[in-house]
Structure formats: C-alpha cells, structure tokens
Design a protein around this ligand. Structure first.
Ligand SMILES: Cc1c(Cl)c([N+](=O)[O-])nn1CC(=O)Nc1ccc(S(N)(=O)=O)cc1
Ligand SMILES: [Zn+2]
Length: 259
C-alpha cells in the first residue's frame, strides 16, 4: 500500500496498527439494523451490581475508568448470549470533541456523542481478568449509547468527581456507585463476537450493545471533554475523540434480542 495508507494505519492514540494482523473479529463495528438477525433463543440479560463494590475513578490516559472490587461475585451479569456469569471489573466511556461523533459502535452508520462500556470477565472459567483477556469467551462488555438530551442525575455524581482526575494517572476514591442507573430500561440489545477496542485488542469480547441510548445533557458531555490525555506538568491535550475507527465485519453476524 502507499506510504500514506501505511501512516493512516497507525493512529496517534494507539501507536499500534488499527487492525491486528490476522484479526477476524475486531471491534468496533457498524451495526446495520436490517442485517441483524433476531435470535429467539437469546435470554434476557440479568444484571445485579452491588454499589459498595465500587472502588475509585482513574484517568488512565485513554479514558476515565470506574473500577470495582472483582474478588467476589457481588457485581455480576448473567443470561443474554452468555454461557456463564461474568464479573464487573470496570466501566469507562468514549466520546468526541463535538456532539456529531464520539461513540465507537455506530447504528446504520450513525454516531452517538458518546458510548459507555461496562467491562466484565468470566470468573467461572478463568482465575483472573488477565487470563480472561486472552480467551475467546473471556470478556463481556455492555455498550450503552449516550445521546444529547435531559440531564442524567445518576451520571452527575460521577461528573462532579471528574475535576479530581483531570490529569493522566490521577485516581480518586469513589466508594458507592450503582452502574445499573446508567442502563436504559429497555431490555433490547444486539450481540456479536468482537475484541477490545484499545491495545491489546484481544479477540476476547462478547459485545452486548443496548438498542436504546441514555440521555445526558451538554454540560455533562463537556465535563468529559475537560479531562486531559496528559499528565500534570505536560503540555495539555484535551481528552476527546478517544474512539477507535470502525473495523470490518468480516464473517460475523450481529444477532438481536428483539424483532
Ligand atoms: C489488558 C488489561 C489487563 Cl490484563 C488489565 N488488568 O487489569 O489485568 N487491564 N487491562 C487493560 C484493559 O482492560 N483494557 C481494555 C481495553 C479496551 C476495552 S473496551 N473499550 O471496552 O473494548 C476494555 C478494557
Ligand atoms: Zn471501551
């Protein structure tokens, strides 16, 4: 390929190829609604989170992560496309510099201004998250689209804490939060076999993408955008556009839990 294309493959944010060689199930993807296949055998997704398993908020230089104590089965999901129950480890977001883009997945090529990822791992079959990350059925990530609308009261407690993690590698204690307040009430979802969307890009994720978005207001999105990729003392770079480009669907089918 020409020099330009080769450069295009190395996105500044990840300093690694955007598609891993031999990758057949990379994420994110565009979800073409009419090509998704209704699967009547998909179960409802059951979510039970214990708000006291919340630990802290951490700016890791890619996004801000809310991390949970995953040493027991107190915050889990089960059902849906999953064979086992999966333990919540962390959730984080991806967003744009402006409201026209920001989500990782798209629906019929439409971007949302942001996307929430709740990251879980298969603690039934694997001893740790590190091991699960390397296995085809190791992880389950629930994706929730954020759209511009009414202020989200549950999100606000998180937004109020963000100034304390403005810089990369800062952490703040955050000891009670129930992430189920960030889920839409509609049970409908799409599901497909994919990967992590940042390095190590491992093909270990069962994606569960909620059909309905949640609403957040402009001030709440702006609060995400005032975070920095950079550490204290470095030249400031605003943390925006931290989403990976769309990846080829290849030989995959997206299933829907709804008709
Ligand atoms: C690889 C690894 C290990 Cl092992 C550990 N650990 O703590 O043991 N943490 N990480 C990092 C991690 O989780 N990355 C990650 C990347 C993308 C996503 S996304 N957007 O949801 O696809 C979710 C997570
Ligand atoms: Zn993510």
């Amino acid at each position: 390929c020409s020099r330009k294309n080769r450069n295009a493959a190395l996105h500044p944010l990840w300093q690694s190829p955007l598609t891993i060689p031999g990758g057949t199930r990379q994420s994110p993807i565009n979800i073409q609604w009419r090509d998704s296949v209704y699967d009547p055998f998909l179960k409802p997704l059951k979510i039970s989170y214990d708000p006291t398993t919340c630990l802290h908020i951490w700016n890791n230089g890619y996004s801000f992560l809310v991390e949970f104590d995953d040493s027991t089965d107190r915050s889990i999901i089960v059902g849906g496309p999953l064979e086992n129950q999966y333990r919540l480890k962390q959730f984080h977001f991806h967003w744009g510099a402006i409201n026209d883009w920001g989500s990782e997945h798209t629906v019929d090529s439409k971007f949302y201004p942001a996307e929430l990822h709740l990251v879980h791992w298969n603690a039934v079959e694997y001893p740790s998250f590190e091991e699960a990350v390397m296995e085809g059925n190791g992880l389950a990530v629930i994706g929730v689209f954020l759209k511009l609308g009414a202020r989200h009261e549950g999100l606000q407690t998180l937004v109020d804490a963000l100034p304390a993690v403005k810089h990369k590698d800062t952490v703040i204690e955050f000891d009670v939060f129930d992430p189920s307040c960030l889920l839409p009430s509609c049970p409908d979802y799409w599901t497909y076999a994919g990967s992590l969307t940042t390095p190590p890009l491992t093909e270990s994720v069962t994606w569960i993408i909620k059909k309905k978005p949640i609403e957040v207001d402009e001030d709440q999105l702006e609060a995400f955008r005032m975070l920095l990729f950079t550490s204290d003392g470095e030249e400031e770079k605003r943390m925006v556009d931290n989403f990976r480009p769309l990846q080829p669907l290849m030989d995959r089918t997206v299933r829907s839990s709804f008709q």
